[in-house]
Write a protein that binds this ligand. Sequence first.
Ligand SMILES: [Zn+2]
Ligand SMILES: [Zn+2]
Length: 357
Amino acid sequence: MTDIPKTMRAAVLYGEGDLRLVDDYPVPQPGPGEVLIRVAACAICGTDPKILAHGWPNHPPYGQFIFGHEYAGTVVAVGDGVTEFAPGDRVAVEPHKGCGVCANCRDGYYTTCLNYGRPEKGHRHYGFSTNGGYAEYACNHVNSVYKLPDGMPFEVATLITTAATSLYGIRRIGGLEAGETVVVSGPGPIGLMAVVMARLLGAGMVILTGTRPDRLAVGLRLGADVTIHAREENVVQRVMELTGGIGADAVIECAGTVQAAVDAVEMAKKNGRVALVGIYQEPAPLNINKVVQWNITVAGSKAEGERSMAQALALLARGAVDLSPLVTHTFPLSQIHAAFETAEKRLGGAIKVVVKP
Ligand SMILES: [Zn+2]
Ligand SMILES: [Zn+2]
């Protein structure tokens, strides 16, 4: 550990909206089961501006809180008992590390750990209730670390969390069968990545719906067959037309609006499946009787559980899909404020903005 400095540059949250660059933050020490990662890139997630503005429940104290949860880098040191990784390994991380003790964790559902936010029970939520990746170094438990395939750039590796979130939605509705018609609503990063995942899993027709033509165009480049502009066309009617009046086998709802959630159920076929992956600000009046009478599965999907990171990496490892259209901007850590402004206001067509310590 000789070449690891004692202090590092980090973006530290000092209060609501008060993000400061600090040059003398102590480099964390890997505890038992943990690795120390030199962060190469950390992508801004849609949740990050909210954390910047309002913090997060059980976040580390202001003045010490480093957020950022979509990061990748190189292992530089390992703690006691770590045999899974060694210095030099290129890795991406997963934000959630369950307590490992509760019933949900033991069943693999660690993104819904029953000891959420209780570090004394072993729970970690990196970049939320535990420090994360807007810094030169970060410590992660091995359960939240995944080796990268050779040749995958770190900027692209920051997208694995997003890919895994999309993939988990698909997993929560029992996966996809080859040839199935899939509707993805909402062409944000998770929706666009859901298009990629559906394509790689052998979906038949992939339909992407949304309100931003530039994003829909990116979706076409990533593997969507058809796009529907939700303000100019009746989305449900159009899906019915495209499916011969039957409806979609699977709907992956990533828009996070009430209307999109309502429509998701309306466009599912008999015995179809609906994954709700978006973040909703208010309750939605879903057609529950259709859910019952049409034998529809509706599943909530929390983050990237059940090792979806590993599965997403496996799907992306062969490089069959070029993800570079998703990483639109890169900033050094010293310009993190500009990076956030670019991400929040979607300046210059920003999709994913990556910060490089
Ligand atoms: Zn995120
Ligand atoms: Zn747990």
